[in-house]
Write a protein that binds this ligand. Structure first.
Ligand code: SF4
Ligand code: SF4
Length: 248
């Protein structure tokens, strides 16, 4: 798969108040044309939202809808959405009426026609971000008159929550890069479980009392029993400390 960072130089960079013209609706000739034959990588937060939307356990969701690969740069497990084996290689969630998981669709679907790049220096609370416009020939959305700023698009698509959760992984990738540590097979399996198979990670956390070695607050230890977002936040902290040796 071509990574965003590999093609970014070919695209116009947009700042928050830059504008673009775009809209997408069911009357367009291209409607649903973009929801097929995709290399759709899923973040841990995408999976959390989708498995809860579909009322599946994380393991059921992963088994039914995803494939696991090794990230070409990071060497870490990454997960992609498995397209259907029909003639169009459709996304499993597309229907004639559009996206059936619309309110919980992955962050990259929400961000399109923009792509987002974010970098964060270790220890810094906020990241530097910029956007690019991904102008694809088959997409007629660019012929529409509606004008947006990037800021307006982010708000309309409720991107802040997705971006905040996805950015938590930036620290993990930065630790991985700086330490040059190669995970063992067992550590890779733990990384996969903590990031993607969240319900199984909850069982592991409760069974092994993992919060004790990660020195989390009592409130956090309580929250991770019920709250998937709190659990994912904890999972990422646990990865940083237990797999990449970050000290707090
Ligand atoms: S191709 Fe573009 S305009 Fe057409 S459905 Fe997809 S996003 Fe919307
Ligand atoms: S999740 Fe929804 S928006 Fe994203 S590719 Fe599938 S059908 Fe399209």
């Amino acid at each position: 798969m071509v990574q965003l960072r590999d093609v970014v130089e070919d695209f116009q960079k947009l700042q928050l108040d830059d504008t673009f013209r775009f809209s997408c609706h069911p009357d367009m000739a291209c409607f649903n044309g973009c929801c097929r034959d995709l290399n759709q990588y899923l973040t841990p937060y995408d999976i959390l939202r989708l498995k809860n939307r579909l009322k599946l356990s994380s393991q059921q969701f992963l088994d039914q809808f995803t494939e696991c690969h090794t990230g070409p740069r990071s060497g870490l497990p990454v997960v992609s959405l498995k397209m259907l084996k029909d003639e169009n290689l459709n996304c499993p969630f597309v229907s004639p009426a559009g996206c059936t998981v619309y309110e919980d669709r992955p962050g990259s679907c929400r961000t399109y026609p923009l792509g987002r790049m974010a970098v964060r220096k270790p220890g810094r609370p906020s990241c530097r971000e910029f956007y690019i416009l991904i102008r694809e020939a088959h997409c007629l959305g660019f012929t529409q008159p509606r004008q947006w700023t990037v800021r307006q698009w982010k708000k309309d698509q409720q991107l802040d929550t997705y971006n905040e959760m996805n950015d938590l992984m930036l620290d993990v990738l930065s630790l991985k890069r700086s330490g040059q540590k190669k995970l063992s097979t067992e550590e890779n399996a733990l990384f996969y479980t903590a990031c993607y198979d969240l319900d199984r990670f909850r069982d592991l956390t409760l069974e092994k009392r993992l919060w004790e070695c990660a020195a989390v607050q009592k409130e956090m230890a309580e929250a991770i029993r019920e709250d998937d977002v709190a659990l994912l936040r904890f999972a990422i902290e646990w990865i940083k400390r237990s797999l990449f040796g970050e000290t707090f």
